[in-house]
Design a binder for this molecule. Structure first.
Ligand code: UDP
Length: 413
């Protein structure tokens, strides 16, 4: 056994890798295509960049395709995102037509690949209309929803549902997101890649160099949130929590690290709000990082004393997993996917308001042993639940069950 997967055995053990090979043996040579709307920025791109090569290594003919759109298209899909996460957003019919036409304009380039595939995974709402546009499809099509759809704004969900209904199955990240749909629904939580630049061990010298390169003082405590500049991530709430904590820890610094996802037209406005709220405070570092700054984010997460993810809605929150893997407890918004990662008082704290976040930050800063102990539990929790190998196993299982049907029995040697 050679290749990338072999390297994971050192972390998860040989049995896990063996099982992946056995499951994949029943899928050898099948054509699988993943479709989303960006190659860079955000959790979906982060996961696909890892999952697709591993499927290839397991003998599956896996591809990753990206649909392209213009500004109006992304405005519409950002509206979907906001509405599905609960905001009351009215989307004019004219914008919906642009959305549908944009997806239609992508079909020519994708038609052969998609109609010939045995399995197609459509990620999030952006490429959803592809199914109706390609009626001669051969394979099974699955909608993979990464968004917190626990309380969607109904009129928009009704429209999205009309596009989802024709799919053969859906996958949600947690049970709270499952919706009444006329097909099988699977629950698969996302994962991180422990061998990626974002998550590998870094030596202290490199961490120090990166941190001081940003003008951050390693001799003083650091509070960090890594996130796209999106209102659901509540960066302004983090600034409020920082100010409250600073009353008790005067030398505290805040780092808000983010970048721009190419499919997010709102980030510029949110960044402006964040700059305004920071009020030119020299102890607040707002970092705009390119999409491939993985080692830098890794170093920031390793150097942080307090990691925040104060989201008000969160599909999963890979940033939470990433920090926990580095032995950090996370102070996270009591919402969506953060709830299945942050076990309150064990792997971090769940909070709602900036006051609560500040209270927990202060507690951890003054109880370093507890911080360390919770960080160790956090790392173990990720090892047990949120690594790429578990994610891959669940994807393979879904494919086996869709292609072989319920009646057939698959025996793994
Ligand atoms: N990320 C990044 N650069 C940034 C901000 C985020 O590389 O400036 C990464 C982050 O490390 C994580 C992913 O993008 O791997 C964000 O995933 P998450 O599930 O936390 O949130 P999403 O952006 O998908 O809502």
């Amino acid at each position: 056994m050679t290749g990338i997967l072999e390297r994971y055995s050192e972390i998860v053990g040989w049995d896990v890798i063996d099982q992946l090979h056995q499951l994949a043996a029943t899928l050898k040579g099948i054509k699988v295509v993943h479709v989303n709307s960006t190659r860079r920025g955000g959790g979906v791109a982060e996961i696909l960049a890892k999952l697709v090569p591993l499927k290839q290594e397991l003998g599956i003919d896996a591809k990753w395709e990206v649909i392209e759109g213009n500004e109006e298209f992304y405005t519409c899909t950002k509206n979907f995102h906001n509405a599905l996460q609960g905001n009351k957003v009215t989307i004019p019919d004219s914008l919906l037509r642009i959305y549908e036409e944009t997806v239609a304009s992508n079909t020519a380039a994708l038609e052969t690949t998609l109609t010939g595939a045995d399995i197609v995974f459509i990620h999030d709402p952006q490429p959803l209309p592809l199914l109706k546009l390609l009626p001669e499809r051969k394979g099974k099509w699955i909608w993979r929803c990464h968004i917190d759809v626990s309380r969607p704004y109904r009129p928009v969900w009704k429209y999205i549902r009309s596009l989802v209904e024709g799919y053969d199955a859906s996958i949600f990240s947690l049970s709270a997101f499952a919706q009444p749909l006329p097909h099988t629904e699977y629950l698969i939580s996302p994962s991180i890649d422990p061998l990626s630049e974002k998550n590998i061990e870094l030596d202290a010298g490199e961490v120090q160099e990166i941190i001081s390169g940003f003008g951050i003082d390693q001799g003083r405590p650091i509070m960090l949130q890594v996130s796209r500049f999106d209102r659901f991530k509540d960066p302004v709430g983090v600034i409020q929590a920082f100010r409250l904590t600073k009353k008790f820890v005067p030398n505290l610094q805040l780092v808000l690290a983010g970048g721009e996802a190419t499919d997010d037209p709102e980030s510029t406005a949110v960044l402006k709000e964040v700059r305004l709220a920071s009020n030119n405070d020299n102890d607040i570092h707002i970092l705009l990082l390119p999409a491939d700054a993985h080692r830098k984010i890794n170093a920031l997460q390793r150097s942080a004393d307090i990691v925040m993810q104060k989201s008000t809605r969160e599909g999963f929150g890979l940033t939470v997993t990433e920090a926990m893997w580095k032995g950090k407890p996370v102070i996270g918004g009591d919402t969506g996917g953060i709830r299945i990662q942050v076990v309150n008082h064990h792997t971090g704290f769940l909070v709602k308001a900036p006051e609560g976040a500040a209270l927990r930050a202060r507690y951890l800063l003054f109880h370093r042993n507890r911080l360390k102990e919770m960080g160790e539990k956090a790392k173990q929790f990720v090892l047990d639940n949120f690594l790429l190998t578990r994610h891959l196993r669940e994807y393979l299982t879904v494919m086996v069950s869709l292609l072989h049907g319920r009646g057939e029995r698959i025996t793994l040697e």
